[in-house]
Design a protein around this ligand. Structure first.
Ligand code: NAD
Length: 417
């Protein structure tokens, strides 16, 4: 296996999925002395990883290449390689299906692929975000039905990943890790594993508590962002500057946490995970009505932003050219998954506008390429404050700008959301 040091099985980790979660975990584990096999379904990604080129912003090529040349890391698309590991973590996507309900197909197929190769005394951990009960009711039954007959002793835990891509402060090492083992021995082993990598590990009494906590964290963000976006629309209609209101409220030293308005919610987590909660609630005969309404408000926000932007020009909407600045779902990353810029563009196009975009970190978006910032437009919308955006040049040309990021409010010609 590419010369990687597998001599001590107790220090070999296999990670299923080498994306935003799996690769940073791999590098953190290498730093902690583990030999890591990154199991990845995409052959092109395996090739890219083994050539020392990192597909995620948080991991530099230098760091990846150093792990490879130290023979501490290699990527593979062969699930059989998990047999060399004492710990296997699953870090595959858990998206929504077309009905906007949990789609566990990737999680289930990853489990099906590795289960026949799990050897005795292996700890299998799910880091993927999902509804409470996923480890116990989905993963373990698959493993039990497909594991080798000689494999009688396996350990299971849920340890939902909390990584925040692009965050310069919080990473795998210093973010406290929730760990919920299926039984006492699983918990003991899972705690030992994460203690070897993370500064702080928090034991939960069951995997379901850890799974539910992760969903709570992201639902907390959805609901608060939706609330501030609704509040922004109320303030704007009454001629009140919402940013001043938020700053004023934030002077309260306790019991308030500022959230800022924006185009909407994006990324793999905040728009998705709360719908695992709403689905789970309905499955249990209940309705998470506040969460469902928050999801609706979030989906309405890009339409509100489109209408606010089009109102900045005297021309009719159908003759306007609109530039969206920053299409990644948040600054500092090129990740466009679930970006609210998509719904914004759709809302502008639906009103007849011609829409183009710029984003220094995104070379291609939904099959379209960026334009140059000198593209003549009637209105520009700062959707995400990517480093390198040149808002001043647009203003110098007299183009009105709607800033949804609260970064350019001091400049003449800029309207804040
Ligand atoms: N991205 C985040 O900010 C973040 C934060 C916390 C938690 N999470 C959760 O972590 C999980 C993974 O998310 P991500 O952002 O890393 O996804 P990602 O798309 O960046 O990476 C997942 C990788 O898994 C690979 N993959 C899929 N099926 C596979 C299989 N059967 N075998 C091997 N590889 C397979 C994909 O090709 C991809 O490279 C999700 O449940 C997500 O909700 C993500």
């Amino acid at each position: 296996m590419s010369g990687i040091d597998l001599s001590d099985r107790t220090k070999v980790l296999a990670i299923i999925g080498q994306g935003y979660v799996g690769l940073p975990l791999a590098m953190a584990a290498v730093d902690a002395g583990w030999s890591v096999i990154g199991i990845e379904k995409s052959s092109s990604r395996v090739e890219q990883l083994n050539s020392g080129s990192s597909p995620v912003e948080d991991i530099s090529n230098t760091r990846l290449a150093a792990a490879i040349s130290a023979k501490k890391y290699f990527a593979s698309n062969n699930p059989e390689d998990v047999s060399a590991a004492s710990v296997v973590t699953i870090c595959v996507p858990t998206p929504l299906n077309d009905a906007r309900e949990p789609d566990l197909e990737l999680l289930e197929s990853a489990t099906r692929e590795v289960a026949p190769h799990l050897s005795n005394e292996t700890l299998l951990v799910s880091e993927s975000t999902s509804y409470p009960g996923t480890l116990r009711d989905v993963i373990i039954p698959i493993v039990d039905s497909l594991k080798p007959t000689a494999t009688t002793t396996l350990y299971f835990a849920s340890a939902p990943e909390r990584v925040n891509p692009g965050d310069p402060v919080w990473d795998q090492k210093n973010t406290p890790r929730l760990v919920g083992g299926i039984d006492e021995e699983s918990q003991k082993r899972a705690l030992a594993f994460y203690n070897s990598i993370c500064d702080s590990v928090v034991a939960t009494s069951t995997p379901e508590i850890a799974e539910a906590a992760k969903i709570l964290e992201n639902t907390f963000r959805l609901v608060n962002i939706a609330m501030i976006n609704e509040f922004t629309q109320l303030c704007s209609a009454q001629g009140i500057n919402v940013h001043e209101v938020i700053n004023a409220a934030a002077t309260k030293p306790y019991g308030f946490m500022p959230f800022r308005p924006g185009v909407g919610i994006g990324g793999h987590c905040i728009p998705v995970d709360p719908l695992y909660l709403t689905w789970w609630a309905r499955k249990g005969g209940q309705v998470a009505s506040l969460v469902e309404r928050s999801d609706e408000i979030s989906n309405e926000m890009p339409i509100y932003v489109a209408e606010r932007a089009l109102a900045l020009s005297k021309k009719s909407a159908s003759t306007q050219k609109v530039l969206i600045m920053g299409v990644a779902y948040k600054p500092g990353v090129g990740d466009v998954r679930e970006t609210p810029a998509s719904a914004l563009r759709a809302a502008l196009v639906a009103r007849g506008a011609e829409v183009a975009w710029v984003d220094p970190l995104v070379p291609l978006w939904e099959g379209t390429k960026p334009v140059s910032e000198s593209w003549e437009c009637d209105v520009a919308i700062v959707a995400t404050n990517q480093p390198g955006l040149d808002v001043k040049s647009l203003l110098a040309r007299g183009t009105p700008v709607l800033d949804c990021t609260n970064n350019y409010g001091e400049l003449a010609g800029v309207e804040l959301l």
